[in-house]
Design a protein around this ligand. Structure first.
Ligand code: APR
Ligand code: ZN
Ligand code: ZN
Length: 366
């Protein structure tokens, strides 16, 4: 057991606190990781607000990179000294989804069996089974994906959640390739990652839609070929115009990624796709939101698919090393997602900035 500094949300809505926690030595199948960097994600704020579940206290942070410090019995995936990106999809290999080959839908992903605790022994619930706003954290060995040790922790740690979610929504879920058009509605961290993914995949045109002109500028820097300010123009009409100028007769984009998580923008996505196109919902709706009223004939008439994307349908051990390699080659600008590096005491300020859309990502560096 060791004592380390960590960021904990103790009760619903209360500001987070930096406290000392106890991290057990790794048991069978577990690893202790010395965290080097961890991004601040919307999900951390949702945990703090009690929007995910009531299992307080939470150990926040889940978008992280670090070095494996120790491993428990039977661990072969990683060894002490390995530089890893943490993931929340350590697949079980045994559930029905895994058995039929759909590992990205695994129903029983692995986390550490032992619990980290507060000093008084209260068990902590680590965010997404990770809990990486901490000098050290305990995870299942399968949650560690070894990547190129020379990569910048603050940049590659972001693959652990938001950037992977966006990139994967475009590529893995949406099937972005060359010869296909992609539109992305909502250009925050997740949306611009989808744009970067579409660009990596060679898609064109790549249309960024947002109501904030600053976000549209950012989207261009990440590879958008066109932008639509949907506070001024109708995105359905604009997307159809842009796509039909390239692909004659196109009624919309082949793939439309919704990265806001609201019924109105999902409806825009629905009507912005071409015949047989794909809508990918990656923005996270709140439980009270409902599917907008749509004529069933429109669902029938357009064909294609209406999908949602969890974690960009990624397989961490397949996707993280590849994306780190593309980053190292200069083909994926992960540094552009790091708006600022902050200390472990600055998380409340980072939540505030995130809430006001001032940053793509604040990253805690330890
Ligand atoms: N139309 C177009 N864009 C919109 C609209 C709208 N009606 N409303 C908001 N947006 C834009 C914002 O201007 C912002 O650029 O959507 C973007 C949302 O970005 P962020 O708040 O930075 O969120 P992000 O981290 O990208 O996550 C997107 O996924 O993880 C979830 O909770 C998260 O639901 C959020 C979504
Ligand atoms: Zn499984
Ligand atoms: Zn996240």
């Amino acid at each position: 057991m060791q004592k380390v500094k960590a960021v904990v949300a103790k009760s619903k809505g209360a500001p987070v606190e930096v406290v000392t926690i106890h991290v057990p030595d790794p048991g069978p199948g577990e690893a202790v990781v010395a965290v080097q960097a961890c991004g601040v994600c919307h999900t951390d704020l949702h945990y703090r607000e009690g929007g995910i579940n009531d299992e307080f206290p939470f150990l926040l942070g889940h978008e992280a990179a670090g070095v494996v410090e120790a491993v428990g019995e039977g661990v072969t995936e990683v060894a002490p000294g390995d530089f890893v990106v943490l993931n929340w999809r350590a697949v079980c290999g045994e559930c029905r989804a895994c058995k039929r080959g759909d590992l990205q839908y695994c129903f029983a992903t692995h986390n550490a069996t032992q619990k980290m605790t507060l000093e008084d022994g209260t068990e902590l619930s680590p965010a997404l089974g990770i809990g990486a706003f901490a000098e050290k954290t305990l995870v299942a060995a399968g949650q560690c994906t070894k990547v190129d040790a020379d990569a910048r922790p603050a940049a590659v740690g972001l693959l652990g959640c938001g950037v992977m979610a966006g990139l994967g929504a475009a590529i893995n879920t949406g099937g972005a390739t060359r010869g296909r058009s992609v539109a992305v509605i909502g250009c925050g961290g997740v949306g611009v990652a989808a744009i970067a993914g579409a660009a990596l995949a060679g898609s064109s045109p790549i249309i960024a839609v947002d109501i904030d002109p600053k976000k549209l500028e950012q989207a261009k820097a990440m590879g958008a070929t066109h932008t639509v300010d949907s506070s001024k123009a109708d995105p359905e009409i604009e997307i159809a115009k842009i796509c039909s100028a390239v692909y004659e007769g196109a009624m919309g984009a082949d793939i439309v990624v919704e990265a806001v998580g609201r019924p109105e923008t999902w409806k825009q996505a629905f009507y912005s796709r071409d015949l047989a196109g794909t809508v990918v919902l990656v923005g996270v709706p709140t439980p009270d939101m409902v599917v907008p009223d749509l004529p069933l004939i429109d669902v029938f008439g357009r064909g294609g698919s209406l999908k949602s994307s969890w974690y960009g349908d990624c397989l961490p051990d397949r996707d993280f090393p590849m994306l780190v390699d593309l980053y190292r080659q200069g083909r994926l600008d992960l540094d552009a997602f790091v708006s600022e590096e902050i200390g472990i005491d600055d998380i409340e300020a980072a939540f505030e900035k995130m809430h006001h859309g001032e940053v793509l990502r604040s990253v805690v560096v330890l």
